[in-house]
Design a protein around this ligand. Sequence first.
Ligand SMILES: NC(=O)c1ccc[n+]([C@@H]2O[C@H](COP(=O)([O-])OP(=O)(O)OC[C@H]3O[C@@H](n4cnc5c(N)ncnc54)[C@H](OP(=O)(O)O)[C@@H]3O)[C@@H](O)[C@H]2O)c1
Length: 179
Amino acid sequence: MTIAIPGATGQLGRLVVDKLRAKVPASEIIALVRTPAKAADLGVAAREADYTKPETLDQALTRVDTLLLVSSSEVGPRAVQHRNVITAAKRTGVRRIVYTSLLRADTTSLTSLADEHRATEADLKASGIPFTILRNGWYTENYTRSVGGAVAGGAFIGSAGEGMISSAARADYAEAASA
Ligand SMILES: NC(=O)c1ccc[n+]([C@@H]2O[C@H](COP(=O)([O-])OP(=O)(O)OC[C@H]3O[C@@H](n4cnc5c(N)ncnc54)[C@H](OP(=O)(O)O)[C@@H]3O)[C@@H](O)[C@H]2O)c1
């Protein structure tokens, strides 16, 4: 069983690699990264893979069983980027894709961020490759960036009105992804 993780040099990806290393031998994990030098401390093999460079993807996905596709951080072009990966996965015979989507991506109209996730979910369904969609919620760390201002101003201000959200730390999403 070989598990490949694009975005492995990102904040979530690094945590996923760590969690996976506690569950499976490191030899079964492959980090797919834009800059292999940044992956030197991950403790697993690294292959170059850029969502915008399909020519890197076939080689990166060779003999990969499970692909944990971490959604790209480039909002706007990422549905196309993810499609490049899914198409390469189909070509190379990946047996399962796990994708980090967004909470209620299929039904929500509250955030434009959902549009690209919805497009990728549709591509996954059309691909014929068995898939698991992880509909991640908001990262708690998104709030921690604002703590300084909230402490200084004496209030934590948002625009959610009566809206409610249940956030979780990246480490929790990583634990779920690795499971
Ligand atoms: N739920 C939430 O609250 C929330 C918040 C922010 C983001 N997200 C989503 O969750 C993902 C992971 O979050 P994160 O905090 O780990 O983000 P992050 O630290 O910015 O990591 C994003 C990863 O995507 C990689 N990447 C970006 N463009 C790529 C490309 N063209 N080809 C290959 N890899 C590419 C980056 O590679 P490099 O290491 O080479 O830069 C990086 O490893 C984000 O990308 C975004 O889709 C969710």
